[in-house]
Design a protein around this ligand. Structure first.
Ligand code: UD1
Length: 456
């Protein structure tokens, strides 16, 4: 038996010297929380800046580990990046200047790409801009195999010579040619990769069965501000008329709908009243509809503010994850946390990723009653959860555990924070601002016997 196998699960994080979150549940939340810029928009817009022949400024960029990783990847390509955290009003948000006027390298390093799957989306813009792109295959991750065949096939249809050698996708095209491309599945990443590639291609590209996510619209708006001619983003058919050159732009990123959804869930599960802004309420239509179905009250205060309020009784409901505008897979784990405490039975069906139920055993450790069969989870509501040591298995699974811990009796200790930190800017500071009792502890920084912060 190895040392790590012999260590009880709940202490493994301590031995590994990784930080943990302590949460003392059952504190009501109250007040207002500011929502950061959208992680998934920011990441793809950073790759989109490769299309421009001069510098782009991105505002409202969330201060996240993934943004730093993407910055490193662009730097490795010879792009000049400047992070400025003092220019935005939103706490922690960064303004990024990305100057891709000169690209000196066309191959991204595997060590960086393997850490951040979204960096593969640079394949399209890099190829369109320089005629050559070599991107290591990112590999799978905790939630699924995550193939990139649709990205590759689309570029081939645009005339690129693409092959895989030694784990690296090699793509060559003097100038890409517009094509009619049907996506077998409305993949967000493939839609974004191909839309960016088509922006600098010769002639017209039509993407059929395209992804309709708000982040795809944000990317199209960003490219159009740079001089691209993209129509139809947000529908399943996007038409791109290629242009020879794109120029720099100053662009503000949309609010993060998944972070907003996470705070709606924090309010709902603790039966609290909180407000959130800025948000784009239309981006949360499916999430708000399901919350109302459960019995949570959500009202729109103004065009960018939502208020969540306790409902009389919370009832179970059925959820199936789907491409936008269907229910988002990124909110599935979070809703499962809420449904564990709703009256009656609920069924969650995960259709987008094949392995995205890693949070189930951890929720069960907290007292939830959940059975999994294939991609279905049957949740029988329980009267309460109890705090426990639990470990996040991916980004949204970790967020679900935080939300569950806010409602649980007693103390929870959440490890695996490297996932949480990829997608949430200052999550504990934001929750503490709402009245949650939450502390981040670095095991080797002193005593692990942490006192619960007093109630205010
Ligand atoms: C993006 C989001 C992620 C979200 C997901 C689905 C970013 C950085 N990430 O990921 O947070 O959970 O959308 O909303 O924006 N597929 C294929 N072949 C391909 C590509 C994808 O079969 O070539 C499949 C995937 O295996 C998966 C499904 O399509 O089952 C959806 O994946 P996709 O929309 O591509 O997700 P990402 O763009 O990677």
């Amino acid at each position: 038996m190895t040392l790590s196998q012999s260590i009880p699960k709940d202490t493994a994080s301590l031995v590994e010297d990784k930080p943990v979150l302590h949460i003392w549940g059952r504190s009501p939340l109250k007040g207002h929380v500011s929502i950061s810029g959208a992680k998934n928009s920011a990441l793809v817009l950073m790759t989109g800046a490769l299309l421009a022949s001069d510098a782009c400024i991105l505002r409202n960029v969330p201060a996240l580990a993934d943004i730093g990783s993407m910055g490193q990847i662009l730097s490795a390509l010879g792009v000049k990046i400047n992070f400025d955290s003092n220019t935005d009003a939103t706490a922690g948000a960064k303004t990024l200047t990305i100057d891709a006027s000169t690209i000196t390298q066309t191959e991204a390093p595997y060590e960086l790409v393997s850490q951040l799957r979204a960096s593969f989306f640079a394949l399209g813009p890099l190829l369109a801009r320089t005629g050559v792109a070599k991107m290591p295959l990112p590999g799978g991750c905790a939630i699924g195999a995550r193939p990139v065949a649709l990205h590759v096939r689309g570029l081939q249809q645009m005339g690129a010579d693409v092959y895989i050698e030694h784990g690296v996708v090699h793509a060559y095209a003097k100038r890409l040619k517009g094509a009619r491309i049907y996506l077998d599945y409305p993949s967000v990443g493939a839609t974004e990769t191909l839309m960016m590639a088509a922006a600098l291609a010769e002639g017209e590209t039509i993407l059929e069965n395209a992804a309709q996510e708000p982040e795809v619209i944000d990317l199209a708006n960003f490219c159009n501000a740079m001089g691209a001619k993209i129509q139809g983003a947000g529908t399943n058919s996007i038409v791109i008329e290629g242009v020879p050159r794109l120029h720099g732009v100053d662009y503000n990123i949309i609010p993060d709908r998944i972070e907003a959804g996470t705070f709606l869930m924090a309010g709902a599960i603790t039966q609290s009243e909180i407000t959130l802004s800025p948000v784009v309420p239309e981006h949360l239509t499916a999430v708000i509809a399901k919350l109302k179905d459960i019995g949570v009250r959500v009202v729109q205060e103004d065009h960018q503010t939502l208020r969540v309020m306790p409902g009389a009784v919370l009832r179970g409901t059925d959820i199936e994850t789907l491409p936008y505008p269907g229910f988002p897979t990124d909110m599935q784990a979070l809703f499962m946390a809420l449904l564990t405490l709703c009256e009656g039975n609920s069924v969650i069906t995960e259709t987008v990723f094949e392995n995205r139920l890693g949070h189930v055993p951890e929720l069960i450790r907290m007292g939830a009653d959940i059975r999994v069969k294939g991609n279905h989870a049957v949740i029988c509501g329980v009267p309460f959860l109890s705090g426990a040591p639990v470990s996040g298995t991916d980004l949204r699974a970790s967020a679900a555990l935080v939300v569950a811990a806010l409602a649980a009796e007693g103390q929870s200790t959440i490890s695996g924070l490297q996932y949480l930190d990829r997608g949430y800017e200052n999550i504990e500071a934001k929750l503490r601002g709402l009245g949650a009792r939450i502390e981040r502890v670095q095991p080797n920084s002193g005593s692990m016997l942490v006192e619960a912060p007093s109630l205010v």
